[in-house]
Every structure is written in structure tokens, then in C-alpha cells.
Design a protein around this ligand. Sequence first.
Ligand SMILES: Cc1cc2nc3c(=O)[nH]c(=O)nc-3n(C[C@H](O)[C@H](O)[C@H](O)COP(=O)(O)O)c2cc1C
Length: 174
Amino acid sequence: MNKIALLYWAPGGNVEKAANEIYDQFESDQVFMAHLAGFDMQMIDEFDKFIFGCATIGAEVWQDARANNMWNEFFLHAENDSFAGKQFAMFGLGDQVLYPDNFVDSLGLLKNEIEKRGGKLVGQWPAEGYTFIGSEGSAQGKFFGLALDEDQQADMTPKRIAKWVAQVKKEFGL
Ligand SMILES: Cc1cc2nc3c(=O)[nH]c(=O)nc-3n(C[C@H](O)[C@H](O)[C@H](O)COP(=O)(O)O)c2cc1C
């Protein structure tokens, strides 16, 4: 059970672009990649390592637009303790200039949902090199996963991904 499930939402934008770049850092047989609408929840038990990708689209929208946000759907179907014994890494897209008070907030929301179900997080990432005021996706100078900003710092994305994936591979014990 060494294969990693790389799951992301939404398709067609920056999250998918980053997911592809992360996928490319692994051997193709190491990772199964899907966007959430193409993932059957019954497959959860086939994996013990996950990489989740998300964007932050409005702090309130997460709560308000349940029907549109596939991560909400996903967690609604993931039962208590269903992540016990499994490891999780996350990457989150955001825009630190337009949304400096809520930069990559989704990382915090995903963290809560993962930990509630007994999952163990890896892949924390230093908050140096970003300029923002507040983020539910960070604490004590670290993001809970890789923060990516394709709107303001796209040129830094490839290096960040390469470094973060190397770190995650170690933490996954690969
Ligand atoms: C309506 C809207 C609201 C957004 N709200 C936030 C936000 O609260 N925090 C943040 O960091 N980024 C926010 N963003 C920026 C997106 O997260 C960013 O552009 C991301 O790269 C989009 O990924 P996608 O192309 O896969 O949808 C927002 C973007 C839009 C269009």
C-alpha cells in the first residue's frame, strides 16, 4: 500500500496546474491522481498516503456554498476515524495581495477535517517569502501545507514544489 493518492479540486485552473507539477516530481507508478469528482470514496482504504490540493475562494464561500465545493462533499462522506493510521500532505492556492487577511485559509479548514478523522499531517511549510496579514492556514510561522500563489509569485512555484515534494517524500518514508 505504498501508492499515494493525489486528490485536488477544482479542475481546470491553478490547482490542477500545481497538481500536475507535483505529480511530475514522482515516479508515475508512485501516485494515483484524480480531481475529486472523479474519485470514488470507497477507494480511500486503498491508500495510506494522501496529497490534497485546494484553492481558497472566499473565506465565507467555503461554508456557504457547500453544494459547489467538492471538498465539503468529500469530507461529508468521510467518516470519523476513517483517516486513522494515514498520512496527509496538502497544497493550497491563494492570492496574498488581493486576500491578505485570508491567505490560503483553506489549508486550515482541510487540516481540521483531516485531524478530526484521525489523519496525521506532514509537509508543513515556512511562511517566509510570503507577505500577508492573516491566514487560517498557518500558525507560528508555518503553513500547514505548501502555500502557492500563482497570481503574485508564479515564478516561485516550480522551486517551491520541488523542495516541498522532496520534504514530503522524506516524511512519507519514501
Ligand atoms: C472569488 C474569489 C475569491 C478568492 N478568495 C481568496 C481568499 O479568500 N484567500 C486567498 O488566499 N485567495 C483567494 N482567491 C484567489 C484564488 O485562491 C487563487 O486565484 C487560486 O490560484 C485559484 O485557483 P484555481 O484557478 O484552481 O481556481 C480568490 C479568488 C477568487 C476568484
